[in-house]
Design a protein around this ligand. Sequence first.
Ligand SMILES: Cc1ncc(COP(=O)(O)O)c(C=O)c1O
Length: 232
Amino acid sequence: MEKIPVFAPHIHIDTLKHLTDALNIGWLGMGAITKEFEERIATFLGLDNRYVVATNTGTSALHLALRVAGIGPGDEVITPSFNYVADHQAIRMTGANVVMCDIRDDNLGIDCEKAELLITEKTKVIIPLHFAGIPCDQTGVYQLAEKYGLRVIEDAMHAFGTTINKRKMGSYGDITCFSFDPVKIITSIDGGCVVVNSLEEVQRLHRMRLLGVDKDTTERYKNQVRHVFLET
Ligand SMILES: Cc1ncc(COP(=O)(O)O)c(C=O)c1O
């Protein structure tokens, strides 16, 4: 009997051309193509005074977002129990503690009434998840954040392209993280990005995503070092 795949990756001639073009440039590190990727995401999302920083995975995006929000040992981060383990790992990597919250039946996202009961003086961040691209109770999350002075880091890994009231997920709010791993809406095989509201946070993210190197970002984006192809 013929099997019908649930999904197969869409790898077309244009994808292959982008890959060979990238290799032909001869710059095998983060460079101009990363910058173009960030700019095209910003354009797709319709960003206004919000900025995209590409990362190597969605998990790194969450980890760096938590670090940029100042999260560290002893802090508490509320996130749905129905979530991918990456969120819990990213929180633990900062030394903070995971506080799991129940979800709602209707949208499979965080239950804000239950989340409120979990808030303590150690709570610093809420990470809601938009499961399968279905928006969670975003208004409720931001109301809680405002009431208790919390940062929000949206796990929008499944929600690249999700639109609410004609606005794309990630184009507003506090920090938004996307993943471009092989089972996401678009893929770079592995990859992710963080969207933030301030250039100061962009600078810190540039430093943290690459071993503390930040002065080099502009130079890297120019692809100035060229590879020499050896004839065989
Ligand atoms: C909800 C959720 N959060 C985080 C991640 C981590 O993303 P990545 O695989 O790009 O590290 C995933 C990936 O499957 C995910 O589904």
